[in-house]
Design a protein around this ligand. Sequence first.
Ligand SMILES: Cc1cc2nc3c(=O)[nH]c(=O)nc-3n(C[C@H](O)[C@H](O)[C@H](O)COP(=O)(O)O)c2cc1C
Length: 196
Amino acid sequence: MTEERVMKENPFDQFKLWYNEELECSSFLPDAMTLSTVGHEMMPSSRIVFMKYFTEEGFIFFTNYRSKKGKQLEENPKASLLFFWPRLVRQVRIEGLVERCSEQLSDEYFNSRPLPSRASSLLSKQSEPLDNKDEFDNNVKRVAENPELVIRPNYWGGYILRPQLFEFWQNREHRSHDRFVYTPEGYGWRITRLYP
Ligand SMILES: Cc1cc2nc3c(=O)[nH]c(=O)nc-3n(C[C@H](O)[C@H](O)[C@H](O)COP(=O)(O)O)c2cc1C
């Protein structure tokens, strides 16, 4: 496990290290992250989404732009991501600004998904009331049988969260947990250790 002496200078490298260590211990759903948003009503709202890509640019997830999270992100692009990795008892908090990904990336990802998933994304009015679930399921099946109908709608696509803060938390014995935060400084990052 990572000790202080190998703490990376760059938080994306640190994230990659912990993520890979999590993958090595066959953890369940290591890509699931809690996304918290706050719209104009100032009420925080959290849900899990899958991290589909991460690069030095940021963390990318896909969703319906008209969903609750989509509306809140349009009202206020500040958001937080949280990974909890129970195998190694680690938590990573990431805060930053969110913006839509390029249409090209959204198309690429959409087209890489299985047809029923694409059909569901197309037909789902995500986060709106659904009166008839059977009807929705049947429509998804019907549309999935007609690939020419299944093109990415403009209300579905990717978002990228560009981090302004990372906090890494590692469980240690006797509550001596290790916490370190990265914040931007000049062209690099400042690392600050926190009390547990
Ligand atoms: C393991 C897991 C992964 C999920 N991945 C996604 C995802 O990648 N995109 C998405 O829109 N919803 C995903 N969901 C569903 C969301 O948690 C949520 O119910 C949905 O996006 C509607 O959220 P909203 O009403 O806050 O917009 C996932 C749920 C779980 C439990």
